[in-house]
Design a protein around this ligand. Structure first.
Ligand code: GDP
Ligand code: MG
Length: 598
């Protein structure tokens, strides 16, 4: 029977363990694309993805493989993004599969996201097929890593393929393992249509292209279908497979992975995770687990040139067509003028959007420090969510506030446990427990306020552990905290875009550090600039940027040429990102730097 020769699988891994490279090798090995047709890492097609070497949106490709048993198999490879910000998309991609290849770097062993992604796969009842990668490296220790997989994850790994995705060593073993170990799909072709949308994107010719896994039934051109979460109905205009480009076919049946189009204008109507069924003969129950993506991090985005407001709006609208998780609404700042408050899944998502605005739309933007969502319970009995510190009501109106908490797991060589615990302590962490993975490596579990990790936690962690620690986190609810709004005044005026919400006991230190930091960043100008930090009407710190003296500049011009050039370069760079705030010129850095102090 048809489905017996289908295998639907994903590849999951910790970042940089070689997921995308392995996907390329599988595509090449099966002759789906010849080496000449194939660009490096075909699945990471977005320019930004290539540069950063990460997979942002998941994609799919259909491989045809003639197995050693002489039969021809259809292997649908569904790529997943590897970063925590996109966990929901990973989860949806996995729900479209029966198996997952777990790639582990033979030089590094299990890392935080190896575990996180593997547990996601296990939660979806997938068969997990371990593959040990980077066997070509001299420091590879495949046998130890196999043991680690068996001990920590508890899955059989002694016969796991040991490969090099880079050189192509033993790639056939991976294909054989997929055929052998991943179960074939077993949907009912006669039942009412039930299909999972695991990705979707906007194509200017076809409209929204929805990537689907058919669980039951059949879909073809002319099928009148319905999205179960929204009830929106459409008529299918095309169905097809990924070969790896869109390749129209007559129909898709239970067990298949492919796409359909239906003249849908916005990806919001074809949300990832939704279930598609027939209008006339709907399936009884939607597939489990659909939830809209929830932004966790917010920041303001403003055009450097106020006249470009409409262009910025257009850019955000265009990005949103392809990114249902991006939220934005207009906001105004006294300091920065007209802009947008934007919601992101996490910091990486935020950085990606910012970069795309600058790169693809050629706009210079100023972004304000990221903020989490604070829940404010007011004395009048109402509640509000605050995503912009400026909007925090007067303390007299606040009964209490809550901030989001995350559960963090950190995998590290045991040598660094002390300094990581110190870091988590500094960040208001709550120790949960510690488990040994091997004799020399541990997993630390902490609860931390999201606010404490959204900015530089990852960087500090990396630097304190020489790059050896890895991190994963997930939202774990809200917790009551005493928080206050810290204002920054330049030349006597509150700069709203620099306001932040901080724990009360931190306000004094934060205020002082921020003032010191700003003093370094704000260039001297023709007049003296007082920098003050305040909570309410109480000034808690003060610094002064002295007025510029003409002879300071003159001295520089006498200096050696390279120093002069550096100075000019710095000025040029700075210029682009300067913002006139009242009477003071403030560089872009200032708006981000306030979170960097600790
Ligand atoms: P991903 O983040 O899991 O998708 O990882 P990538 O496929 O982007 O690979 C991360 C880095 O590891 C890249 O620089 C690859 O060239 C490199 N890499 C991947 N597989 C191998 C391998 O088998 N051997 C070696 N030496 N390097 C590899
Ligand atoms: Mg990748």
């Amino acid at each position: 029977e048809r489905q017996k020769y289908i295998r639907n699988f994903s590849i999951v891994a910790h970042i940089d363990h070689g997921k995308s490279t392995l996907a390329d090798r599988l595509i090449e090995e099966t002759g789906t694309l010849t080496r000449r047709e194939m660009e490096e890492q075909v699945l990471d097609s977005m320019e930004l993805e290539r540069e950063r070497g990460i997979t942002i949106k998941s994609k799919a490709v259909r491989l045809v493989y003639k197995s050693e048993d002489g039969k021809e198999y259809i292997l649908n490879l569904i790529d997943t993004p590897g970063h925590v910000d996109f966990n929901y998309e990973v989860s949806r991609s996995l729900a479209a599969c029966e198996g997952a290849i777990l790639v582990v770097d033979a030089t590094q062993g299990i890392q935080a996201q190896t575990l996180a992604n593997c547990y996601l796969a296990v939660d979806h009842n997938l068969e997990v097929v371990p593959v040990i990668n980077k066997a070509d490296l001299p420091s590879a220790r495949p046998e130890e890593v196999k043991e680690e997989i068996e001990d920590v994850i508890g899955i059989e790994a002694h016969d796991a393929p040991v490969v090099s995705a880079k050189t192509g060593l033993n790639i056939k073993d991976v294909l054989e393992a997929i055929v052998e170990k991943v179960p074939a799909p077993s949907g009912d072709e006669e039942a009412p249509l039930k299909a999972l949308v695991f990705d979707s994107y906007y194509d200017s010719y076809k409209g929204v292209v929805s990537f689907i896994r058919i669980k039951n039934g059949t879909i073809k051109q002319g099928t009148k279908m319905k999205f179960m979460s929204t009830g929106k109905e459409y008529e299918v205009t095309e169905v097809g497979i990924f070969a790896p480009n869109f390749y129209p076919v007559e129909e898709l049946k239970a067990g298949d992975v492919g796409y359909f189009t239906a003249s849908i204008k916005n990806v919001r109507d074809a949300r990832v995770g939704d279930t598609v069924t027939e209008s006339k003969r709907p399936t009884e129950e939607a597939l489990p687990g659909y939830r809209p993506a929830i932004p966790m991090v917010y920041s303001g985005i403003y055009p450097v040139d106020g006249a470009k407001y409409d262009e910025l709006k257009e850019a955000l609208e265009k990005l949103q067509i392809n990114d249902a998780a991006l939220l934005f609404e207009p906001e105004t700042s006294i300091a920065l003028g007209f802009g947008f408050r934007c919601g992101f899944l996490g910091l990486l998502h935020m950085e990606i959007i910012q970069e795309r605005i600058e790169r693809e739309f050629d706009l210079d933007i100023i972004t304000t420090a990221p903020s989490v969502i604070y829940k404010v319970h007011k004395t009048d009995g109402t509640n509000m969510d605050i995503t912009n510190p400026t909007n925090l009501p007067d303390p007299s109106e606040i009964r209490y506030m809550e901030e989001p908490i995350v559960k963090v797991s950190i995998i590290t060589p045991s040598d660094f446990v002390g300094s990581i615990m110190e870091l988590c302590q500094e960040r208001r962490g709550n120790f949960i427990n510690m488990e040994y993975i091997e004799t020399t490596r541990v997993v630390l579990h902490y609860q931390l306020p999201l606010n404490e990790i959204i900015y530089d936690f990852f960087d500090v962690l990396k630097s304190r552990t020489k790059g050896y620690a890895s991190l994963d986190y997930e939202l774990d609810g809200y917790k009551e905290t005493e928080l206050v709004k810290l204002d920054i005044l330049l030349n006597g005026d509150v700069v709203d875009a620099l306001s932040m919400i901080v724990p009360k006991e931190r306000a004094y230190n934060r205020g002082r550090n921020t003032a010191e930091k700003l003093k370094e960043i704000i260039p001297r100008q023709m007049f003296e600039i007082p920098i003050q930090a305040a909570v309410g009407s109480k000034i808690i710190a003060r610094e002064t940027v002295k007025a510029l003296r003409k002879d300071v500049l003159a001295k520089c011009y006498g200096g050696d040429i390279s120093r002069k050039r550096k100075l000019l370069e710095k000025q040029k760079k700075g210029k682009k990102r300067m913002r006139q705030v009242g009477s003071v010129e403030v560089p872009q850095e200032a708006f981000m730097s306030i979170l960097k102090v600790d």
